[in-house]
Design a protein around this ligand. Structure first.
Ligand SMILES: Nc1ncnc2c1ncn2[C@@H]1O[C@H](COP(=O)(O)OP(=O)(O)OP(=O)(O)O)[C@@H](O)[C@H]1O
Length: 270
């Protein structure tokens, strides 16, 4: 029997809660100080801030690639493994695609599943599905040297998706690409986000990219990093070419740009 106080629609629990996190490196650098951030499932968050403010450090800590000096990272809606991490729920895409040159595209995307003991044969459907998602299903047998920079990054994204994570952490993934390729990949990531409902935290230096992609912007203060501003970014327009040339997008860019400048103490970076 259900208790009279139990709600038929229990409130959704956040995906990850970063509570008053500080990080001091062994060098003595205080990278983060009292940083708190609650991420809901299905959000697309862009994390911006002055160079060196701790964006990558925050992302790496969420991924379990570094420990906290104080505070905590909680996963209220996930099953936690012995390392305190939600097993299989997080994937990371770095700025460099870091592909194994001696492996084909298929072999590279297989890697995370191979590490879990899944054979190529058993992983085939998942690998091909991930490659289809990034538009590379016809390149499964190609080697990284045969691919363009954008294609290599797509392989890296497919490799991150093959484990079907709940959370995709992306650390300036498109910074090294030319503008047209970057815009194309922005559209691909948006489609992926819409189609799969995956949660994304995306570190970028680009005001334009953040305003185009995200439904929430988090701007960090200069080191030691913590949240300076956190606001939603809604639009009545479908994000695409029309949005890129719209007044709404221009205003969103202006707002993000002003907030970023404010976080830097009103002084432009050189
Ligand atoms: N492993 C490390 N050991 C010591 N200091 C580190 C380490 N990693 C980062 N730092 C320092 O911590 C601070 C935050 O670095 P982090 O890379 O997180 O900043 P960021 O905001 O991502 O920078 P950028 O925008 O330039 O990529 C910097 O001062 C950096 O030098």
């Amino acid at each position: 029997m259900t208790s009279p106080s139990a709600s038929p629609h229990p409130a959704k629990r956040p995906l990850v809660v970063m509570k008053s996190v500080s990080k001091v490196f062994s060098s003595g650098t205080l990278a983060l100080s009292d940083m708190s951030l609650t991420v809901e499932s299905g959000e697309f968050i862009s994390l911006l801030g002055p160079s060196g403010c701790g964006k990558s450090t925050a992302l790496r800590i969420i991924a379990g690639l570094g420990d906290v000096s104080a505070g905590s990272i909680d996963w209220p809606s996930s099953r936690i493994n012995s390392r305190g991490l939600p097993e299989g729920d997080i994937s990371f895409v770095f700025q460099e695609p870091t592909l194994m040159p001696w492996q084909t595209v298929f072999g590279n995307v297989h890697l995370p599943l191979k590490l879990k003991g899944v054979s190529k044969a058993a992983a085939r459907d998942d690998i091909m599905a991930a490659l289809t998602t990034v538009g590379l299903k016809d390149f499964a047998d190609a080697y990284p040297r045969e691919l363009s920079g954008g294609m290599k990054m797509r392989v890296s994204i497919a490799r991150a998706l093959v484990t079907k994570p709940k959370l995709l952490l992306m650390d300036e993934p498109f910074a090294a690409l030319d503008e047209i390729t970057r815009q194309k990949l922005n559209d691909d990531v948006l489609k992926l986000w819409k189609d799969t409902g995956i949660t994304v935290i995306f570190v970028t230096h680009s005001v334009f990219e953040s305003a185009y992609l995200s439904n929430r912007i988090v701007v960090m203060k200069a080191r030691p990093g913590r949240v300076h501003a956190d606001f939603p970014l809604t639009t009545s327009l479908e994000r695409g070419e029309l949005y890129r040339s719209s007044e709404e997008y221009r205003q969103a860019c202006e707002m993000v740009s002003k907030t970023l400048l404010d976080a830097m103490g009103g002084v432009e970076e050189h």
